[in-house]
Design a protein around this ligand. Sequence first.
Ligand SMILES: [Zn+2]
Length: 194
Amino acid sequence: MLDAAHGGDDTGASLGSQQEKAFTLALSVRLRSLLAARGFDVVTTRESDVTVDADRRAEIANRAGAMACLSLHATEAGSGVHIFVSSLAAAGQRQFLPWRTAQAAWIPRSLELAGVLNSALSHASITVTLGRVGMPAIDSMACPAVAFEIAPLRSADAPGGQSLDDPAVQARLAEALAAALVEWRSVARGGREP
Ligand SMILES: [Zn+2]
């Protein structure tokens, strides 16, 4: 499940020549086609520049019963990719999950997903920082879920950072994320359900 954050009236952050809402949608569209080519069934929270509230995003994720839910954000600040897992305390699985804190039952799986994504992206020479954060959409998702915050990619050959306006950055990120999800699929198929 791919969630392009923001959209419509909610532009998100300003990133150089574009707005966060446009960057996240473009990345979601690009990643969706890479994943479809790798045999994934992909569900998205939006396919155009529309407003989608947090509850609707979680509802789409929860209806899909997805093996992974990725919420995509971007920022001009910092560098590399931050991967956030919900800051809710882990709670046991129950038959009925409270909507606002449904993610609590999925924290261990979400941390596992973050770990697999971290190693796959690091393997692609993308700097990753892991963190925890409270986000309404993610907190209500009943699936392994992470939020990405993508900043310009800095490296030895581009110390100023590869700008998010650079189409090559988006291509590189999408390829790395697709490879990471292929890895996650093989982990998830190992039968380790919560
Ligand atoms: Zn954002």
